[in-house]
Design a protein around this ligand. Structure first.
Ligand code: KG4
Ligand code: ZN
Length: 345
């Protein structure tokens, strides 16, 4: 089954074709992402209306480009998957409307995919995928969640952030130290030049039991440290390193607790912050010490992309799940409400 995946929930237009064939053609046939970063940079954050308009401009050319790279025509598609939420409603509607129209014209089924389920399943696109049950850490610009994955499609929330998401904390902290939007990856790059231990910030909510997170206080600590410092380039790098270490340690401590709580040694990590090198190394070491493993998608599949939507959609379409021909998107959507994916069901 060849499934076209379309992602337009925020500021990236992503398109991919995933093939579930059992022969050598299986897997990701092509994927392309167009990032709107330059468009939003001068405003210091995503402007929803500009995001929607840019998806309108970029989506069809990107679909043509991706199909050409896969060596396929629209007639070769067996299904269409699109992000139906959570996200910016206007942006989501561009992908949903296009996907629905295409599926209608081609007379193939279409399925709306939960953006965070897409992230969660992205590590399973890679070689030697883990099998449920496992624990997932979802760390993106909008979400920070620990999820018990009992089966594909069966998700139990173990903990989440009470305020800022991990990626949001990276972005806001970068901004207050004068780095351009979106600051997360730039802050991480700067931290590479920082001296470990020069600044030490709190590991929020690790001194009490529980699996929830809070990152907004950390941001304030960094702001104070930055304002009281000499603000020289090396100091900025040292503070960036102190901040990154605090976030990475906090996430690792909570992941270990979640693995204990779930009785598992397999951790799946996804979402934009999953591209962070220090986080990847720390979680890999923690899981290895337990005799388990941490599974990540390649960095380009950590941030928003169409491949994860094509893959998640393919699993659901293969299981016989698809939606009516209505263009419907959901800005806020609880992942625990999703139906389980039972193959052939
Ligand atoms: O999953 P994603 O692409 O979009 C959302 O669904 O939110 O995540 C984007 C977030 C941004 O906050 C960005 O700053 C962060 O992921 N991010 C990183 C890194 N790369 C992306 N944060 C820390 N280190 C990175 N290397
Ligand atoms: Zn995302």
């Amino acid at each position: 089954m060849r499934v076209l995946g379309i992602e337009t929930s925020c500021d990236e237009t992503g398109v991919a074709v995933y093939d579930t064939a059992l022969d050598g053609a299986a897997g990701l046939r092509a994927h392309a992402v167009y990032s709107q970063i330059a468009l939003h940079a001068e405003y210091g954050g995503v402007v929803p209306e500009l995001a929607s308009r840019d998806h309108v401009r970029k989506l069809l050319p990107l679909i043509r480009q991706t199909l050409a790279e896969a060596g396929l025509g629209t007639a070769d598609l067996d299904g269409v998957a699109y992000t139906a939420g959570p996200g910016l409603v206007g942006a989501l509607l561009v992908g949903a409307g296009t996907a629905r129209a295409l599926a209608w014209a081609l007379d193939v089924p279409a399925v709306g995919v939960h953006h965070m389920e897409g992230h969660l399943l992205a590590p399973l696109i890679e070689d030697d995928p883990p099998e449920p049950p496992f624990v997932a850490l979802l760390v993106s610009g909008g979400h920070t969640q620990l999820v018990a994955v009992d089966a594909i499609g069966s998700y139990r929330l173990l903990g989440e952030t009470l305020d800022d998401a991990a990626g949001e904390a990276f972005d806001k902290t970068a901004k207050l130290m004068g780095l351009p939007y979106p600051g997360g990856p730039q802050l991480a790059a700067l931290a590479e030049q920082g001296t470990p231990g020069a600044f030490r910030f709190a590991r929020p909510m690790t001194d009490r039991p529980g699996l929830d997170f809070s990152f907004s206080g950390l941001k304030t600590q960094v702001l104070l440290a930055w304002q009281q410092s000499d603000q020289l380039p090396q100091t900025r790098a040292d503070i960036a390193r102190g901040f990154e270490d605090a976030v990475v340690d906090t996430l690792a401590i909570k992941c270990e607790r979640a693995l204990d709580a779930a009785g598992s040694d397999t951790l799946v990590v996804a979402g934009g912050v999953g591209a962070n090198r220090r986080l990847r190394a720390k979680l890999q070491a923690m899981c290895a010490q337990r005799g388990g493993r941490a599974c990540f998608p390649r960095p380009s599949l950590c941030t928003d992309n169409g491949a994860m939507i094509a893959f998640a959609g393919a699993l659901r379409l293969q299981a016989g799940q698809h939606d009516d021909a209505e263009v419907k998107v959901t800005a806020r959507w609880d992942m625990a409400s999703l139906p389980a994916v039972a193959a052939g069901g």
